[in-house]
Each structure stands twice: as structure tokens, then as C-alpha cells.
Design a protein around this ligand. Structure first.
Ligand SMILES: CC(C)(COP(=O)(O)OP(=O)(O)OC[C@H]1O[C@@H](n2cnc3c(N)ncnc32)[C@H](O)[C@@H]1OP(=O)(O)O)[C@@H](O)C(=O)NCCC(=O)NCCS
Length: 141
């Protein structure tokens, strides 16, 4: 099986491919405007997964690179799933020096809890402490 090359070099990101998946196919960011995505990418620590130079996987970490991070927008393109590529992405993320020693690293997932559990993520210890302001219509035209 071809080895996935994981890079956090933002210059390598295929913004067209990321926008096509997140804006067109993902249930959570459908309709995200291209300019909004570009601003998010520019202000995040992003990880791309590449096969023969072509991007097939992505993850974005929103972080201060010192105390806190939130993992979002994880995907492997259909046709490339089930080959350990999400696992390769997660290994690169938890090994990244800017994400060492964080006090809290969060994520939200509807179905992939088992994947993230392997990298030390657990259910919220005190869910009563956490609040959010969520607008499901943020990207509505
Ligand atoms: C979720 C997703 C990123 C997994 O990517 P993937 O490359 O197929 O995952 P991997 O092949 O690296 O799987 C690694 C391990 O995690 C497990 N795993 C993968 N997806 C899982 C899921 N949804 N729930 C539980 N475990 C999962 C696999 O079984 C595998 O275990 P194994 O090593 O025992 O075989 C991919 O299916 C995807 O892009 N889905 C659509 C986008 C999405 O839902 N992203 C949000 C995730 S929060």
C-alpha cells in the first residue's frame, strides 16, 4: 500500500480539494464560503495527507500552540478510506512539537470516537463545565 506523506506545510495544501470536500460533501461545513475557509486555513495549524503529491486527507488544528487546541475538519477522501490514513494524520498531529504540553486538546465527533480514543481523547470529564455558542446556519446563503 502506498505510504501517505503527512505535512503541516500550509503551502502544500490543495485548497480547491479541501473546499470541494468540506463545502460540498461534509455534513458539518457544507456551504462554507471559499474566503471563510481560506481565512480559517491561514489561522490554523493544518495537516495534509498526500499520495504521489495529491492531497487525499486533511485535518485542521485551531490552537495557540502553547496551552490549548481544538481538532476539526478531519477527512480522508472517499476511495482512500480504511487504509490507516486517518491514523497517520493523528500520529503526525499528536507528535507535532507545537502541540506538545497542551493543557487541553478538544474535538467533536459524531461517529469516530474509537479512532480518537487511540490517541488519548476521552469523553468530557465534566461536561457540565463546557458551553458553546453554535450557529448551524452560519454558512447559509
Ligand atoms: C473518519 C475518517 C477520517 C477515517 O479515515 P480512515 O482513513 O478511513 O481511517 P483509518 O483507516 O486510519 O482508521 C484507523 C483506525 O480507526 C478506526 N476508525 C476509522 N473510522 C472510524 C470510525 N468512524 N469510528 C470508529 N473507528 C474508526 C478504523 O477501524 C481503524 O482501526 P484499525 O486500525 O483497527 O483497522 C474517514 O472515514 C472520513 O473522512 N469520514 C468522513 C469525514 C468524517 O466523518 N470526518 C469526521 C471525523 S470526526
Amino acid at each position: 500500500m502506498e505510504a501517505l506523506v503527512v505535512s503541516s506545510d500550509s503551502r502544500r495544501l490543495d485548497v480547491d480539494a479541501i473546499h470541494a470536500f468540506l463545502g460540498g460533501e461534509s455534513p458539518w461545513a457544507r456551504g462554507i464560503p471559499r474566503a471563510t475557509l481560506e481565512r480559517a486555513l491561514a489561522n490554523s495549524l493544518c495537516f495534509g495527507g498526500y499520495l504521489a503529491g495529491r492531497q487525499v486527507a486533511f485535518a485542521r488544528v485551531i490552537t495557540d500552540r502553547a496551552t490549548f487546541a481544538n481538532l476539526v475538519d478531519v477527512f480522508v477522501l472517499p476511495g482512500h478510506r480504511g487504509r490507516g490514513y486517518a491514523a497517520r494524520l493523528m500520529e503526525a498531529i499528536v507528535a507535532h512539537p507545537d502541540l506538545a504540553g497542551l493543557r487541553r486538546f478538544t474535538l467533536a465527533t459524531s461517529s469516530a470516537h474509537g479512532l480518537y480514543a487511540r490517541y488519548g481523547f476521552t469523553a468530557l470529564n465534566r461536561p457540565d463545565l463546557h458551553m458553546e455558542r453554535y450557529d448551524p446556519h452560519a454558512y447559509d446563503a
